[in-house]
Design a protein around this ligand. Structure first.
Ligand SMILES: *Cc1c(COP(=O)(O)O)cnc(C)c1O
Length: 380
């Protein structure tokens, strides 16, 4: 497949290392629920889930029922939590495939329970409480606290409520204000757990931390942590400070081929819009990848680089849909068929995805997810 015009190399052999790095951080009583939503951020949900199973991961999180069914169809038998909304017309899949649904509001849980009653079935669910994100979940914040709704959900006859969770909004923020906000989320989550205990309700498994929650609040002791990025060996942005600094290894590299090399004279324009004009005789390599492959167009004309022959070369002119051009004047012997690294490693040179994301004014999460379906995934 390295004959493809562009491809992703995904090294699954490093997943185990990354999982062990996570395990070193968290209490021995906490387990990992791996979040493999959005095709594991483009890394391949089935491939990652199978590898994670081998590493002893025994719970998965996805964003939708379709993603959950994809895992089930591939033979993943572990519990799968659907973190987001499932339209009621799809409730039957949850029951048939033994999935676990996030119970995102009291009304939603009631609807699920009534549907189950009408059909004589039971549904697994984890209650989602909103401790500060204000997205989905029952509001359990300081100024509005709907504990009665949470308790009622646990009592619904046809729901098997075997867990409860919440989600951090600024666990990556280490300034005082953001740390205090996160602390408040922890306090509110614990208050919910205390109130359930007082009411003699078994909350089931408890989970709160995403990747930055693990890195910055590793000592929290809930039953599961919910990393996505970390098992992929990444964070959102390598310039964000964290409390702990585990040694994660990125598992994804984006590669493409040189399709043509030409030498242009001074004062020659390159690409759409004529945003680059050569000042001197310049050797230009055209690379067979573009924004339709998910390489971000908005890094054009910002000095973004790629690796060729283990050296850095700068992208010149606008990035096109299927192609882009780089200045290879200072790299010897570049030829058609040479491998170009858009992010990853070539020889001793590393070009982190963080560099691309920063120029694209986004976070690695988005850069990963935008690598399009037409880019073949090659697994090691
Ligand atoms: C996406 C998501 C995660 C994982 O986030 P990362 O930052 O990739 O670790 C965890 N929990 C929920 C509810 C999510 O939506």
């Amino acid at each position: 497949m390295s004959q493809s015009r562009a491809w992703l190399e995904i090294d699954l052999t490093k997943v185990k290392h990354n999982v062990e790095e996570i395990r070193k951080l968290i209490p021995s009583s906490s387990k990992i629920m791996a979040i493999v939503k959005a095709n594991a951020y483009g890394h391949g949900d089935v491939e990652c889930a199978k590898e994670l199973c081998k590493c002893g991961v025994d719970f998965f999180g996805v964003s939708s029922v379709d993603e959950a069914l994809n895992l089930r169809n591939a033979g993943i038998i572990e519990p799968i939590l659907i973190l987001g909304y499932t339209p009621p017309i799809h409730f039957h899949y949850i029951v048939e495939q033994n999935l676990t649904q996030a119970l995102i509001s009291y009304e939603y849980a009631k609807k699920a329970n009534e549907w189950c009653k009408a059909n004589g079935v039971y549904m697994h669910g984890h209650v989602k409480v909103d401790t500060g994100m204000s997205r989905i979940g029952i509001i359990t914040q300081e100024n509005e606290y709907h504990i009665d709704e949470v308790k009622s959900i646990y009592k619904m006859s046809n729901l098997k409520v075997d867990g409860i969770f919440s989600h951090f909004s600024v666990s990556d923020g280490l300034d005082e204000d953001n740390k205090a906000y996160t602390q408040k989320q922890i306090v509110m989550f614990n208050r919910v757990l205390d109130d359930l205990k007082k009411a003699e309700i078994n909350p089931g498994v408890k989970h709160l931390q995403n990747s930055y929650g693990i890195l910055n609040y590793p000592k929290l002791e809930y039953d599961y942590v919910r990393p996505g990025l970390l098992f992929m060996g990444a964070t959102s942005d390598d310039q964000i400070e964290t409390i702990t600094h585990p040694n994660f290894i990125p598992i994804m590299q984006l590669k493409a081929n040189v399709s043509m090399v030409k030498t242009i004279q001074p004062n020659v324009c390159v690409s759409y819009g004529r945003h680059f004009t050569s000042k001197k005789t310049t050797k230009v390599a055209t690379v067979s990848i573009g924004y339709a492959d998910g390489y971000p167009r908005n890094v054009s004309n910002k000095g973004a680089q790629v690796l060729i022959h283990g050296k850095r070369a700068t992208i010149i002119g606008n990035i096109c849909m299927d192609q882009l051009m780089v200045d290879v004047t200072d790299i010897e012997n570049v030829q058609e068929g040479d491998i170009v690294t858009l992010f990853g490693k070539d020889g001793n040179e590393i070009l982190p995805i963080d560099e691309v994301s920063r120029l694209a004014e986004t976070i690695n999460n988005e850069t990963f997810c935008f690598i399009s379906g037409r880019v073949p995934r090659i697994y090691k």
